[in-house]
Design a protein around this ligand. Sequence first.
Ligand code: NI
Length: 399
Amino acid sequence: MTSSAAESAALAVQELAAADRLIEIRRHLHRHPELSGEEYETTAYITSLLKQAGVKIIDYGLQTGVVAEIGGLSGGPVIALRADIDALPVQEETGLPYASLHPGKMHACGHDFHTAALLGAAYQLKERESSLKGTVRLLFQPAEEKAKGAQQVIAAGALEQVRAVIGMHNKPDLPVGTIGIKAGPLMAAADGFAVSIRGFGSHAAVPEAGIDPIVAASHIVTALQSVVSRNVSSLSSAVISVTQIHSGNSWNIIPETAVLEGTIRSFDEAVRSTVLRRFEEVVTGVAAALGAEAKVRWIGGPPPVINDALLARLGEETAAHLGYTPVVPVPSPAGEDFAFYQKAVPGLFVFTGTAGSREWHHPAFELDEAALPVGAGFYSALAVRVLEHYTAEGGDEHR
Ligand code: NI
């Protein structure tokens, strides 16, 4: 064996050992899922792994979640890598040997994968800390599933000085070794609504003495179907789904009130504001036409995930350089609170192929752990690439 062959064999063994370690970490997290805002054990586990690796923890006063930093030994820009750490209220049905030990809770969106991949990146970056051209801040973010964690991290000040933020989500329909990278819109704004309709109760046999909120609600649901079809260009997209109707409690009483709930998804701020405005106009207008009164309460969700074009280009180059396959993914109508970071700084959110047979949030959701080193390698290599880019360019194009 030549010396360079021996070296590459040694490297391969190291890489294999590292991949095994990431699988171990991911399975530990998978066994111990915690819901949004309750990630105390997860926080302690991440903290202890980072400390063992000599990574500096920065205390921003978060209840759960961890912020850490690597590099910056000779100044330079700051960028952030983000992974979400929370699980879902789902009863696991995978039958895996490392299935959830917590009844009714499961990492059914693969945030255990993101956490393990970011820890892997932390190890890789720590090894080359002295040569980093700036600081990599690691954001292990809580409460993504409730769309609260990113805002908590921002409010705590952990995005200060950050020039760019990079995040990833596993993607079951992409093969291992592919990275879905797309400039512009990638995931939807997820707005929730609760509409309360006030009528006037009466005997069911004497409707003319009342104002029927059920009839008003029915007309509202039907009229809402025209918002996307008549107010949104055929080249844009949005969806309105009414998912709950509650009213009445007897067969012979016209009730006083009705409540509608549901969600609106859109990929573009202009479309979003048009749809939200038309939604309110249709709801209040139709209710008024029928003599009822309607009030809309918005349940704040994240804005759309819109990726920075420069970061997307650097991401594609990095993926190709690592021997992975960059692909242009189909955007997802799911919401993702990473979008809140992108309101503050340029960001790139990518999909890492994990070749699973079930979609996110399914009780039998699973993923191919061979994608762990891909996720870790991409996170760390892109961080290095972005820091080098900012340093070389003077880094002013984003400010
Ligand atoms: Ni998720």
